[in-house]
Design a protein around this ligand. Structure first.
Ligand code: AKG
Length: 349
């Protein structure tokens, strides 16, 4: 008989006992389990950013635009983030989740409005079934506004994470500019809609799971940001929904995964869609991933770009502040519920 666990974090649950059965709060109803065999390995486009600043820029921008409209997901290589910055980030994430429980739990909170918080699953305040993930979520732009709230252990946490955040921001801004151009907008149009800009990130830790076919690391969900730039380790787990079929994004060394998120869907007036993605777990290996959620500042007003609104394609969404959207997102019960439905132009009349 599966048992209910008392540990707050899965990390501590799996280290405290030899577990052969999944505790009951992680077990999905039969109809909602991942069918691990029914997954395509066609993957998503891989785009070389090397030429983004040369004479072939328009070709790269075109490829990015195509990936955004066909998949909402792509990988990038030659992205300019130094190998050492990436290696330090991954190591510090592993080291963080290896800290003693009492040290890690110093930042524990189930309150999504906290800008630095350790938590578990997806949204423990609203969900009925838990997911097999622990995570540390931090706000990280401007770095100096947040760094003093970040964990002080492991020793070099703040230095390595700050360096990574700056690089990830640089890459995000280049991608946002290219995506803006790919929509036929001025390169700086989207960036100008983001108010003072904001950047959040997560350190995701998925321990080995005794019964991976009964649960998820993360259930199908869309991201609340503008774009997400994801660093994953060498252990597969991420899957993306394409034409009703789950496609595995198997790790490619030295790449980042980029996805369109909800704010970009709104700004593009549905030209680019925020896509459902999920994470499956395995019984053998832990997995670490580090998403950077690039987003508007809370006061920024988001709405479809006027240049993309016509008589034939009227505005799909009303205008709203990112703060309004953020609050709504953290109150939804099901991860795969479409938060944007509440912001449709038709919903407000
Ligand atoms: O771990 C991954 O590959 C994806 C993580 C993710 O989707 C998220 O943190 O929202």
């Amino acid at each position: 008989m599966a048992s209910i666990t008392k540990s707050l974090m899965i990390t501590d649950l799996v280290s405290s006992e030899k577990m052969e059965q999944l505790p009951s709060q992680y077990i999905r109803p039969l109809s909602q389990r991942p069918n691990l065999q029914d997954v395509s390995h066609d993957s998503i486009p891989l785009i070389d950013l090397h030429d983004l600043h040369g004479p072939n820029r328009s070709h790269v921008v075109h490829e990015i635009g195509r990936a955004c409209s066909e998949y909402g997901f792509f990988q990038v290589k030659n992205h300019g983030v130094p190998d050492s910055t990436i290696a330090n980030m991954m190591q510090i994430a592993r080291d963080f989740f290896s800290l003693p429980e009492e040290e890690r739990l110093k930042t524990y909170s189930d309150d999504p409005s906290k800008t630095t918080r350790l938590s578990t699953s997806f949204n423990i305040r609203t969900e009925k079934v838990a997911s097999w993930r622990d995570y540390l979520r931090i706000h990280c732009y401007p770095v100096q506004d947040h760094i003093n709230d970040w964990p002080t252990k492991p020793e070099s946490f703040r230095d390595h994470v700050a360096e990574y955040c700056r690089s990830a921001r640089g890459l995000s801004l280049q991608l946002i500019e290219a995506i803006s151009e790919s929509l036929g907008l001025e390169g700086d149009y989207i960036s100008k809609q983001l108010g003072k800009h904001a950047q959040h990130m997560a350190l995701n830790y998925y321990p080995p799971c005794p019964q991976p076919d009964l649960t998820y690391g993360l259930p199908g969900h869309k991201d609340l940001s503008l774009i997400t730039v994801l660093l994953q380790d060498e252990v597969p787990g991420l899957q993306v929904l394409k034409n009703g079929k789950w496609v595995a994004v198997d790790p490619v060394p030295n790449t980042f995964i980029v996805n369109i998120a909800d704010q970009m869907q709104v700004l593009s007036n549905d030209k680019y869609k925020s896509v459902l993605h999920r994470v499956v777990v395995n019984s053998q290996k832990e997995r670490v991933s580090v998403p950077t959620f690039y987003c508007p500042s809370p006061d920024a007003v988001i709405g479809p770009a006027p240049a993309l609104v016509t008589d034939e394609e009227p505005a799909v969404y009303r205008q709203f502040t990112y703060a309004e959207y953020y609050k709504k997102f953290w109150n939804i019960e099901l991860a795969n519920e479409d938060c944007l439905d509440a912001f449709k132009a038709s919903a407000s009349s």
